[in-house]
Design a protein around this ligand. Structure first.
Ligand code: PMP
Length: 309
């Protein structure tokens, strides 16, 4: 399988990006933060990744709400209201003339003294918004499915660092991602300290299985130690609108191996089928009918004639 990472691309394709930094749009080369910023020194900060589809920013209010909640939990005061952050995001997208793309919203602790202390000498948060383009997983993977492995890296225990905080410290996920790359695949399933399925390094996980009432969609609950994905929530809503049962339940690796279908959701990946896990075929080894149905529903949700959020 090809090693094409899903990542925003900036430098080659759009050399003169306008970046929103602390209230002003500035050229990319002027958009810098101080080396004493605790976002850099300690990963002390929070962020969001957001999509622009057909000139509309997908679930902007939900992303800004999650950003503010993450910041609240780490006691990081953001010097802008939700409305101001939303406006800054819209302004950045407009300044860069983007109708489709990817936005990175970042809030760092800001410049402080060299010690860990997040408040001492702190000059206040740095807030910036980057609007760029994104490289997708190859289309072929949406047709034929993604291969994943189970990572030996345990997902952070919520009592240590809650995965619900979308923090700038992604090392837990990066270590699992390295394992995936070493294994020649693009994603890894991470288990929690109890051995239950949590999430992938940058995506939430769903399976389809049979229940007495027909097929049901199952996804790990928030208490499994996951990010409350905005795509996850959108897919849950879409599935329910289509009359599908959706259950949030603890899952084991065993449940994934014997699932009829499996797929991942995330802002960058959207909805992508998984057909191989730990070298085992999931279901019949092809993207399942319900996965395809949900991919179509998701495309309709973000498509040109989509309803407003
Ligand atoms: N889990 C993790 C660890 C992530 O980084 C992401 C991407 N933000 C997701 C899940 C999916 O969340 P969302 O649908 O909000 O992008």
């Amino acid at each position: 399988m090809t090693q094409t990472a899903v990542q925003p691309s900036t430098s080659q394709t759009t050399p003169s990006l306008q970046v929103w930094l602390n209230g002003q749009l500035v050229p990319q080369h002027e958009a810098t933060v101080n080396v004493f910023d605790h976002g850099l020194l300690y990963g002390d900060g929070v962020f969001e990744g957001i999509r622009i589809y057909n000139g509309r920013i997908f679930k902007l209010a939900s992303h800004v709400r999650r950003l503010i909640e993450s910041a609240d939990v780490i006691r990081l005061p953001i010097p802008y209201s939700a409305q101001q952050i939303e406006q800054a995001t819209r302004d950045t997208v407009e300044a860069n003339g983007l109708t489709n793309g990817y936005i990175r919203l970042v809030v760092t602790r800001g410049v402080a003294t060299l010690g860990l202390h997040p408040f001492k000498g702190c000059e206040g948060a740095n807030v910036f918004v980057i609007a760029a383009t994104i490289r997708l997983y190859p289309a072929e993977l949406y047709e034929n499915g993604l291969e994943v492995i189970t990572s030996s890296v345990t997902r952070n225990h919520p009592g240590a660092l809650s995965p619900r905080i979308k923090s700038l410290n992604y090392l837990n996920n990066i270590l699992a991602k390295i394992e995936a790359i070493d294994a020649g695949v693009l994603e890894a399933v991470m288990l929690n300290t109890q051995g239950f399925v949590a999430e992938c390094t940058g995506d939430n996980i769903f399976i389809v299985r049979q229940s007495s009432g027909g097929p049901e969609l199952v996804t790990p609950p928030l208490h499994a130690g996951i990010l409350e994905g905005i795509t996850r929530n959108a897919v849950i809503d879409l599935a329910r609108q289509q009359g599908l049962a959706v259950v949030e339940s603890d899952l084991t690796k065993h449940d994934l191996y014997i699932a009829d279908e499996m797929f991942l959701t995330g802002t960058a990946a959207e909805v992508i089928p998984v057909t191989v896990m730990d070298k085992r075929s999931i279901g019949d080894g092809k993207p399942g009918a319900i996965t395809r149905q949900l991919i179509d529903a998701f495309h309709a949700l973000v498509g040109e004639n989509a309803p407003e959020d």
